[in-house]
Design a binder for this molecule. Structure first.
Ligand SMILES: [Zn+2]
Length: 444
């Protein structure tokens, strides 16, 4: 029996019946298919055929002409923090109520789906918020991306435990760590996240030493893998990355100094481990906002102290170099932005990956096929092929030529979730036309 991902159990209902997309250019997760007028047949939310005009005719299918636009797998972001972007009231204005945050989380998730992102992996948020949002989506309150979560991040007793609210479960010693793993699964985790090293986002943590001993890491990985869950490792310094690789953790997050250790990159290739480069996180910490620039060109508006901003700039250089070397060495690179639930965060990460040296096709693959593999969902998601779930994105234009299209809301023509049209410019235009028609009728 396959692993029971809470994220899959919480899926919205699939569209019923057959949908035939015609006149499509298809990016299948790896390459653009040769057919200029491709067809794609979906039945009950699953892709059942992809091909050219000679695709067997399908009786009773609803036919949708996508007008030569690009059909591709919905985008997948492997490293986000489900976090509300809360406005800060001015002095004297009513302070934010606690429960208001959930509405802002919903807003972020809805808009993220609107931008063509159909799967998110939450790698740490405030207690219960990701699970609550997921439950609300499952029960029909709103549509958002599929949501995998780690529940709480497992950290040793460390300074970070004082910085990030309820995001960490501090654990020490092998037995406590096993218990911590079990607790996350109890709370609906899809995978286990561990701080293999400290974090560069707080001034008290040193990203160099490992956070745990070998015995502790071994207990964590054993417990997670024994129960069928993948392990996602926050790892910065060499010792932590080496430990994560040695213990068989499945995805290495950040790993920005790996360019200095070709031996470790080689081990990742052999072990099939994934690198999630998280360039957007460095941009944010360096105060580079949403611009796609080299650190030297940036207009800094940092929100962090000088020491951490300096470190973020250094990390952006190191991290981009590592991304290029990892890709060249054959390490599987998966997209992860390390931002909050920012609707355009995934597309900006993709554009940054290209700006810093990947080809557009490599970056698109990192955001689809390889990302699904990193999550353990390659059988369900990430490519446009027979048998995959129809979580799809129809883009106006060719993102393999111009990936920045994906940052533009008006170019996200249609988003399908299990074959159901759930967001996109096409739907909004349709409604707009309806109102226009009514208005002109009344004018007669
Ligand atoms: Zn992160």
């Amino acid at each position: 029996m396959p692993h029971r991902f809470p994220a899959l159990l919480a899926a919205p209902p699939a569209a019923k019946g057959r949908l035939l997309l015609v006149n499509a250019r298809v990016f299948d997760g790896e390459r653009l298919l040769p057919e200029a007028h491709g067809r794609l047949l979906i039945e009950d939310g699953v892709i059942i055929d992809v091909g050219s005009d000679d695709l067997s005719p399908s009786e009773g299918a609803l036919v949708l002409d996508v007008g030569g636009r690009t059909v591709m797998p919905g985008l997948i972001n492997c490293h986000v923090h489900v976090w509300p972007r809360l406005p800060t009231p001015l002095r004297g204005e009513e302070p934010m109520l606690e429960g208001t945050a959930a509405h802002f989380i919903q807003d972020g998730l809805r808009e993220t789906l609107r931008m063509g992102v159909t799967t998110l992996r939450d790698v740490g948020s405030q207690e219960g918020q990701a699970q609550e949002a997921r439950q609300a989506m499952r029960r029909g309150a709103f549509r958002g991306p599929r949501l995998l979560t780690c529940a709480k991040i497992i950290s040793s007793t460390a300074p970070g435990g004082r910085f990030y609210g309820t995001m960490y479960r501090e654990a020490d010693g092998p037995d406590d760590i096993r218990r911590a793993v079990r607790e996350q699964i109890r709370w609906g985790a899809d995978f286990v996240k561990v701080m293999a090293t400290g974090a560069r986002s707080n001034e008290l943590e040193d990203p160099e030493p490992t956070q745990f001993t070998d015995a502790e890491f071994a207990a964590l990985v054993d417990e997670a893998h024994r129960l069928g869950y993948k392990v996602c490792a926050h790892a910065e310094g060499h010792d932590g990355v080496a430990a994560a690789i040695r213990h068989g953790m499945d995805t290495i997050e950040h790993g920005m100094y790996l360019n200095q250790r070709e031996d470790l990159l080689e081990k990742m290739v052999q072990g099939g481990q994934f690198l999630v480069p998280t360039l957007t996180g460095y941009y944010f910490m360096a105060g580079l906002g949403e611009d796609v620039v080299d650190p030297a060109d940036g207009v800094p508006a940092p929100q962090m102290g000088a020491m951490l901003v300096e470190l973020a700039r250094h990390n952006l250089e190191e991290g981009t170099k590592t991304m290029r070397m990892a890709q060249a060495a054959g390490v599987k690179v998966a997209l992860g932005s390390d931002g909050h639930t920012e609707p355009k965060g995934t597309a900006f990460e993709l554009v940054r990956m290209v700006h810093h040296g990947l080809s557009s096709t490599e970056a698109l693959t990192a955001a689809t096929k390889t990302a699904a593999e990193a999550l353990g969902l390659a059988a369900e998601l990430g490519t446009v092929e027979r048998g995959k779930l129809a979580d799809l994105l129809v883009v106006d234009g060719d993102p393999a030529v111009d990936p920045a299209l994906l940052t533009r809301r008006e170019r996200i023509w249609l988003v399908l979730q299990l074959g159901a049209p759930v967001a996109g410019q096409a739907l909004e235009q349709e409604v707009g036309r309806l109102f226009e028609a009514k208005a002109s009728e009344e004018a007669l």
